[in-house]
Design a binder for this molecule. Structure first.
Ligand code: FAD
Length: 451
C-alpha cells in the first residue's frame, strides 16, 4: 500500500523537543532562514495569514529562497521521525491546517516571488510564492496582463471566461517542481507531462511548485467594475444573471460575478455585480471565515432557489456577532479541450463543455470563535440544501472548484473516478514514499479519497 494513512495522526503525539530539533538542524542548513516564536519575523509570518483561524504557531517557520531550499526542507522532514510539514503560499486558504499548523515546520514560500517576462511578452514566469498584486504591478508597467485572482493579496493560483481557466493556460509552458526525491524538475506538455496534467488537482500532494509559467498577453484598457443594488433589485438581478448564462448568449469577452451580501453590523442586505468586459475588492481584516462551493446548471428558477436558501441561512445565523455573508454566482467558462489544452484541474478533456455552468460560492465571516461551530455547521447546511435542490432538479454538476472548497468537501473525488486513479498513479510515481501524504497532512489529500 503506497499511502500510510494513519501516520499523520500518530505524529501528533511526538515530542516538541524532537520537532524543535528538526528546526535547529534546518537553521544550520539554511542559516538566517529559520525563525522561532517570539521573534518579529515569526510573529509577522503568523499574523500575515488572511484568516484568523489559520494563524497557527508551528515549531518554526522556514523561508525558502530557492527551489533548492524547498528540497532541503522536504528531505529533512522526510528523514526525521515525527517531522510535519505545512506549505504556505499566499496564506489565503480559509481551511484550518491547510497552509499552517500548531506543530512542525511551516515552509514559507513568499520569498519565491520573482517575476520575469520573455522577450515576446507572451510567457511570464512567476515564483510559487508570489501574490497576484505583485504580478499585476510588474506586467502593468509593460502593458501586459495575465489572468489571476480578483483580490491581489491572494497567492498565485484562477479563471476568466475569455481565456478559460488560468491554469489551463499554462498549456505549452512549464512549471518547476521541488520533489520528495530531491529532484527539481520542469513539468510541461512534453516533459513530465503526467505531473503537469495534475498541476492544479495535485495541489500539495506531490511536491512544491516553485515557478509557474503563465501565458501573458497585451492588454490595454478594459471595462470593469462593481455595482451594488438594493435588496429590492434581487429578482431583476437573478433574471439578468440567468439570461447571461443562457448558452446562446455566451460572450467570451464578458464575465460577471453576482454576489448577495448580508452584513449584520451595517444592517446591509444588498446584491452586487462585479463585471468585466475585455477590450480590483476591499478585503475584511481580522476575520474568521469559511468558504464553500457547489456547481450547477443555470436556470432562473434554480438561481432563485439558491438565493432563497441563502436568505433563510442568513436569517438563521443573523444573531452571530460580526456576521457578513456573501453569496456569489460565477459563470464557468466551457472547457472543451478542443484546442488541445491540458486541463490541470485533473478533469478529463471535454468533461465540462457546457455553457450554462455556474459556480455558487458562499463566503461567511464572523468575529468570535465561540460562534465558529455554528457558522461552520450553517455553511455546511446551506451547501447541503443547495445540493439537495439541484440534485432533485437534475442540475447538480459533480465539480467542486478547488479554490473555493471547504475542508469537508469531496474535492478530489469530484474530478471523477478515472481522473482520481490517474492522480494516484502520478503521486505514486513522483512521491513514492508518500511524504506529502504522511508528513504534510494539511490540504485535500489523495490518500483520504474514498475509493
Ligand atoms: C479575499 C479572497 C479572495 C479570493 N479571490 C479568489 C479569486 O478571485 N479566484 C480564485 O480562484 N480564488 C480566490 N480565492 C480563493 C484562493 O484562491 C484560495 O484560497 C487559494 O488556495 C489561495 O492561495 P494561497 O497561495 O494564498 O493559499 P495558501 O493558504 O498559502 O495555500 C493553500 C493550499 O495550497 C498549498 N500551496 C500553496 N502554494 C503552493 C505551492 N507553490 N506548491 C504546492 N502547494 C502549494 C498549501 O500547502 C495549502 O494547502 C480568494 C480567497 C480570499 C480569502
Amino acid at each position: 500500500m503506497f499511502f500510510r494513512l494513519l501516520l499523520p495522526f500518530l505524529f501528533l503525539g511526538l515530542s516538541t523537543a524532537s520537532l524543535s530539533a528538526v528546526c535547529l538542524t534546518l537553521s544550520k542548513l539554511l542559516p538566517d532562514q529559520v525563525s522561532f516564536s517570539n521573534s518579529t519575523i515569526y510573529d509577522d509570518a503568523v499574523a500575515s495569514y488572511f484568516c484568523v483561524q489559520e494563524r497557527l504557531t508551528p515549531n518554526c517557520m522556514v523561508r525558502a529562497d530557492s527551489a533548492r531550499d524547498v528540497v532541503v526542507v522536504i528531505k529533512q522532514v522526510e528523514t526525521t521521525d515525527g517531522a510535519i510539514l505545512s506549505v504556505r503560499g499566499g496564506g489565503h486558504s480559509a481551511n484550518v491546517g491547510f497552509a499552517n499548523s500548531n506543530t512542525g515546520i511551516t515552509l514559507d514560500l513568499r520569498s519565491l516571488n520573482h517575476i520575469s517576462v520573455n522577450g515576446e511578452g507572451n510567457v511570464t514566469s512567476v515564483g510559487g510564492g508570489a501574490l497576484w498584486s505583485e504580478v499585476y504591478e510588474y506586467l502593468d508597467e509593460r502593458g501586459l496582463a495575465v489572468l489571476g485572482g480578483r483580490v491581489g493579496t491572494v497567492g498565485v493560483d484562477y479563471r476568466s471566461s475569455h481565456r478559460a481557466w488560468v491554469l489551463l493556460l499554462i498549456t505549452s509552458q512549464t512549471s518547476m517542481w521541488s520533489l520528495p526525491s530531491g529532484d527539481i524538475v520542469n513539468a510541461n506538455v512534453t516533459s513530465n507531462a503526467d505531473l503537469f496534467a495534475v498541476l492544479k488537482a495535485g495541489q500539495n500532494n506531490l511536491g512544491v511548485v516553485t515557478i509557474f509559467d503563465l501565458l501573458s498577453f497585451k492588454q490595454g484598457l478594459y471595462w470593469g467594475g462593481g455595482i451594488g443594488y438594493a435588496e429590492s433589485a434581487v429578482s431583476a438581478q437573478l433574471a439578468a444573471f440567468a439570461d447571461f448564462k443562457t448558452p446562446d448568449n455566451l460572450d467570451p469577452d464578458a464575465e460577471i460575478e453576482q454576489s448577495f451580501l448580508y452584513s449584520k453590523a451595517k444592517e446591509l442586505h444588498i446584491s452586487k455585480n462585479n463585471m468585466f468586459y475585455l477590450k480590483p475588492i476591499a478585503q475584511p481584516a481580522n476575520l474568521l471565515g469559511v468558504w464553500a462551493t457547489t456547481t450547477f446548471k443555470s436556470s432562473l428558477a434554480g438561481l432563485q432557489d439558491v438565493y432563497r436558501l441563502w436568505n433563510s441561512s442568513v436569517t438563521e445565523l443573523s444573531s452571530v456577532d460580526g456576521l457578513v455573508s456573501s453569496l456569489t454566482f460565477q459563470a464557468v467558462p466551457p472547457v472543451t479541450g478542443e484546442d488541445g489544452s491540458v486541463d490541470t484541474f485533473g478533469l478529463a478533456p471535454g468533461t465540462h463543455p457546457e455553457k450554462d455552468l455556474v459556480i455558487c460560492l458562499i463566503a461567511n465571516w464572523w468575529s468570535d470563535t465561540t460562534d465558529s461551530a455554528r457558522m461552520l455547521n450553517g455553511t455546511k447546511e446551506f451547501i447541503a440544501a443547495v445540493e439537495k435542490n439541484t440534485e432533485a432538479q437534475g442540475t447538480k454538476v459533480p465539480f467542486t472548484y478547488l479554490n473555493y472548497a471547504a475542508s469537508w468537501q469531496d474535492l478530489i473525488q469530484s474530478i471523477g473516478e478515472e481522473q482520481v486513479k490517474f492522480l494516484k498513479k502520478v503521486a505514486a510515481k513522483y512521491d513514492p514514499n508518500g511524504v506529502f501524504q504522511t508528513k504534510a497532512p494539511g490540504g485535500f489529500k489523495i490518500s483520504r479519497v474514498r475509493s
